[in-house]
Design a protein around this ligand. Structure first.
Ligand code: SF4
Length: 501
């Protein structure tokens, strides 16, 4: 039970995806698709109770979206509090005074305050007149609840909030409301706008801060009055540990989605359905499902290349579809960006279900292929290949040759065709889908490629090498990629990649 105690693992309750802000860097806690908020305050309390009584978890975090957007958030917090939960609420603070009563049940609030500059703040969250009201609410909350911890969460971004004066104004505000500060390093570390934790430490030291804790995931500095902790997002810490899958399995939390699924990984669509155990209030079954979700943490880590060969799909799909379950699970979790792509997604699902040998090139009506759009860590450029035979610019990709793991196919093709050793998946989830006809050639009749695409990150500073299939490789700006390959499929991928910037 030890690892579930305070400071250990917990179930983070993602109570809603709705938000009153539209932050440029929002990651939605890893949820890709729209989820209906179907869980009631009693449901959240039941899940927590099983976690507490059976596994010894005593903390939980209410997160979102913006949790205060839920009208029943006070009831959710009250019920969890009555079950003995120590509760942290993550919020942007803008609705705090509207739901002030929630403070009665909280131990801590984590508030996103990335800058004390009004104009920059409102540019980032994309809501006018939001800065002063959020700051006012934080002051009012502090007055009403002197005993609740307040932590200001600040992501450090070069050119945005990386100057000593930026840190100084944040520290001053923190002091005025007796808050501590959590400074978060951007990920991945090869982005050009990353401010490293080492650099932040130098700035803080010059402002009179001294290190008080240096252990991994607990680095802290203090000036005697205000504590600043330095942190990376969870997956970055996992990558830095050298064994991301094991680190994640030992330390990661599980997210409970607003529609009753437990989600073990921020980058993968795999979920454990809690709904039937919830409806029947079956504590044994709920315990089994929660344990199953925690056992899955790290197992599909996209940062651990060995994992690519061991990933498994949920038991029910596997029973019916065998190895095809892996791609089916991802296809079912994916949503196209427009109706046309969603129709293609359904076509691929049907094709995979109907054909046991869908990954074989010998299937003459068509086959599942794997592709990869390779982008730089800042999502500015993409590496395209000028295809020798087709004389056109494309992303990387090719035949599955019997391999059911389409992410592995996409990785293999991109590695072979680009020579880039730095390649890694952005996530284990599908990035795009395209179904297109391939004209008759030689013995091969006309057929279709059911192409499942993933996003990979590569380092443009690394030299790339052309394969025998390519005339030339070229890093180009995303907009230029859409000009070099003016297809709907490329346009969709470019638009999506730009949104990740
Ligand atoms: S398994 Fe998922 S959540 Fe865990 S470190 Fe890897 S990508 Fe991150």
């Amino acid at each position: 039970m030890e690892k579930f105690k305070r400071g250990g693992k917990e179930m983070r309750m993602l109570v809603t995806q709705d938000c009153n802000y539209n932050c440029v860097m929002c990651h939605g806690e890893g949820l890709q698709e729209e989820k209906e908020a179907t869980l009631s305050p009693d449901d959240f309390a039941f899940i927590f109770r099983v976690g507490k009584e059976r596994l010894g978890m005593d903390t939980t975090t209410l997160t979102g979206g913006e949790p205060l957007f839920r009208k029943d958030i006070v009831e959710i917090a009250k019920n969890l509090h009555e079950e003995g939960a120590k509760i942290t609420l993550t919020t942007n603070g803008r609705l705090l005074t509207r739901r002030m009563e929630v403070g009665k049940y909280l131990d801590r609030i984590n508030v996103s305050v990335h800058t004390m500059n009004e104009e920059k703040y409102e540019d980032l969250v994309q809501v006018k007149n939001s800065f002063h009201s959020a700051m006012h609410n934080l002051r009012a909350f502090r007055q009403a609840y002197p005993e609740v911890s307040i932590v200001l969460n600040t992501t450090c971004i070069r050119g945005f909030n990386s100057e000593p004066d930026d840190f100084k104004s944040l520290v001053e505000f923190a002091k005025s409301i007796r808050a501590s500060i959590k400074l978060i390093e951007l990920f991945p570390p090869d982005r050009t706008d990353v401010v490293s934790l080492e650099e932040v430490t130098t700035i803080l030291t010059a402002l009179g801060f001294v290190p008080t804790e240096t252990e991994l995931r607990k680095r802290k500095l203090s000036d005697g009055q205000t504590t600043v902790s330095l942190t990376r997002i969870f997956c970055a810490e996992a990558v830095n540990s050298g064994d991301p899958a094991a680190f994640c399995n030992q330390q990661n939390d599980v997210f409970i989605s607003p529609d009753g699924f437990a989600k073990p990984c921020r980058s993968d669509s795999m979920e454990v359905d809690l709904n039937s155990a919830l409806r029947s209030r079956n504590e044994d079954e709920m315990e089994r499902l929660i344990k199953h979700a925690f056992a899955e943490t790290g197992r599909r880590c996209v940062y651990d290349r060995n994992n690519l060969s061991e990933m498994e799909a949920p038991e029910t799909l596997t029973e019916k579809y065998g190895e095809r379950a892996y791609v089916l699970e991802k296809l079912e979790a994916y949503r196209g960006v427009d109706a046309e792509e969603d129709v293609m997604r359904l076509d691929v699902v049907q094709f995979v279900k109907d054909h046991e040998n869908c990954f074989d090139r010998s299937l003459s009506t068509g086959h599942v292929t794997g592709s990869a759009l390779v982008v730089d860590p800042g999502f500015n450029q993409t590496l395209l290949t000028h295809h020798m035979k087709l004389d056109r610019w494309f992303q990387f990709g090719g035949h599955s040759d019997g391999d059911w793991n389409t992410l592995r196919v996409a990785m293999r093709e991109a590695l072979e065709e680009s020579g880039l050793k730095s390649l890694r998946p952005y996530s284990g989830n599908i990035f795009s889908i395209d179904v297109h006809p391939i004209p008759e050639r030689g013995d091969e009749p006309e057929h279709k490629h059911y192409d499942v695409r993933f996003l990979l990150i590569g380092d443009p500073r690394e030299p790339s090498t052309t394969s025998s299939e390519s005339k030339e490789l070229r890093w180009v700006n995303l907009d230029d990629a859409a000009r070099l390959n003016p297809s709907d499929a490329m346009r969709r991928m470019v638009e999506k990649a730009k949104r990740l910037k």
